[in-house]
Design a protein. Structure first.
Length: 458
């Protein structure tokens, strides 16, 4: 008999979570103006809002925190982190930041200027926000297969090389800040990018003299998919694959709160010393001195250890396997989900779930609210609210996909929690035809509105 799967860790400490009544949840979501970001954590039973900073650190990470060096300059913790980044990414130069969006802010302060173009594969919300804040424009060059949740493609996160080439040919080189590849591609369903696609993108970037930057929040999960799905990589280790991925890039931004399994932290990796030197003053202004950059010594120690743990194949198999477990349960209940399953989350196709609700009434946000009301589960909309308004016309942008993301924190929940989640969503699915109206906006800010938007029922 083949031995069943078991998690490659055991539980040493637990945190109590408590259920609530549907009447309580109805009151709470109304007080939150139907924005799940506004809920208090104790009002949530199973929190699948994000995998950013919500993972469980290991005994070795907690131990590393106790030996953190809190010196302002030249701390040993900085050099521990420098060595880990060099070993796993190959980049000689790096700047520590307190999280990924801070890394984007520092790097884009050097690279992106008003009127620029930044092509890539489905820029995530903060990436696009930083670009548009600088009055530049993000252009999505993701492959067309990514827009169909039912089509199976092993690397739906890929950049379409023909689309990218057309963008590069049609704009002056000095107006193209950089090309950004997001691995895995979050906005397209946590889908991986193949090594072949990274390589082709790098060749095209070099041809036009444009820098290639990898948004690396989930690079280890991407490497795992390459190992599992791409010809010629099954015999390579995760770290070997990661090194090759980064070898094709000029730089990287990292939200370490994902694949490095820490609660706070990030960094920028540089191939070129000159770009590192240009970015350094912005790091000092926005983050802190060059050898801590918004992180304490204990944070840097935990991050260094987390980079090693996050690139272990056994851990990644467990992590991605739990995501697939939830996806399989939802498929058994005939819930329309994006396939193949992504690395960090399951994405529900809200347009297929609620075809009767118009896009102007935010069907994905409506579904996220109903899932919370049913089971106290907090998820997040990846759709029209997140896509925001066009900065020129101020009209809603309607992306190809209208999704609800069920984002699974690392090493936090058991499969019993996944069973509970699937059952709650099944209950919503069974009463879906009784829901005819969605939500409308009461109040929003001009950029990245989904974090603070206020809504009411139509």
């Amino acid at each position: 008999m083949k031995l069943p799967f078991a998690e490659p860790y055991k539980i040493k400490m637990v945190e109590t979570i408590r259920k609530s009544t549907k009447v309580q949840r109805q009151n709470w979501i109304e007080q939150a103006k139907f924005n799940l970001f506004n809920l208090r954590s104790e009002q949530v039973y199973i929190d699948l809002l994000t995998d950013s900073g919500t993972g469980a650190m290991s005994d070795l990470q907690w131990s590393a925190m106790m030996t953190g060096d809190e010196s302002y300059a030249g701390a040993s913790s900085y050099y521990n982190l420098k060595n880990a980044i060099k070993e796993i990414t190959g980049f000689d130069y790096f700047l520590p930041t307190h999280q990924g969006r801070a890394a984007e802010n520092v790097l884009f302060s050097v690279l992106v200027k008003e009127g620029d173009i930044v092509p890539g594969n489905s820029h995530f919300d903060t990436t696009k926000g930083h670009i548009e804040f600088r009055k530049a424009r993000a252009i999505d060059c993701t492959i067309d297969q990514a827009s169909d949740t039912s089509v199976f493609h092993p690397f739906k996160g890929n950049c379409d090389i023909d689309k990218l080439g057309k963008v590069l040919r049609s704009h002056p080189v000095d107006k193209i800040s950089c090309i950004i590849l997001t691995v895995t591609n979050n906005s397209s369903g946590g889908q991986p990018v193949s090594m072949g696609n990274i390589r082709e993108t790098s060749v095209l970037a070099a041809k036009y003299g444009v820098k290639l930057i990898i948004d690396s929040a989930r690079f280890a999960e991407n490497a795992w998919f390459i190992q599992q799905r791409e010809k010629g990589y099954s015999g390579k280790s995760i770290r070997e694959i990661a090194l090759e991925m980064f070898s094709y890039a000029d730089g990287m931004t990292m939200s370490s709160k994902k694949d490095a399994i820490v609660n706070m932290g990030g960094f920028i990796g540089f191939r070129d010393e000159e770009l590192f030197r240009k970015a350094a003053p912005f790091n000092i202004m926005f983050e802190g001195y060059l050898t801590y950059g918004g992180m304490s010594g204990r944070d840097m120690n935990a991050l260094a250890q987390g980079l090693y743990e996050g690139t272990e194949a056994e851990y990644l198999g467990s992590r991605v396997g739990q995501v697939a477990y939830l996806g399989t349960r939802l498929k058994e209940y005939e819930i329309p989900v994006l396939e193949p399953f992504g690395g960090h989350a399951i994405f529900i196709d809200a347009l297929k779930f609620f075809p009767q609700i118009s896009r102007e009434e935010f069907p994905a946000q409506t579904l996220a609210v109903e899932i919370y009301l049913e089971g106290g589960i907090r998820s997040v909309e990846i759709g029209t609210l997140l896509a925001d308004r066009d900065p020129s016309t101020r009209q809603n942008r309607y992306p190809a996909l209208e999704l609800v993301r069920l984002t699974i924190p690392r090493r936090v929940f058991t499969n019993n929690h996944m069973d509970y989640t699937a059952a709650a969503i099944r209950n919503v699915f069974e009463r879906r035809n009784d829901i005819h109206k969605g939500l409308k906006i009461l109040k929003e800010v001009p950029i990245m509105r989904h974090f603070t938007v206020e809504l009411e029922r139509v």
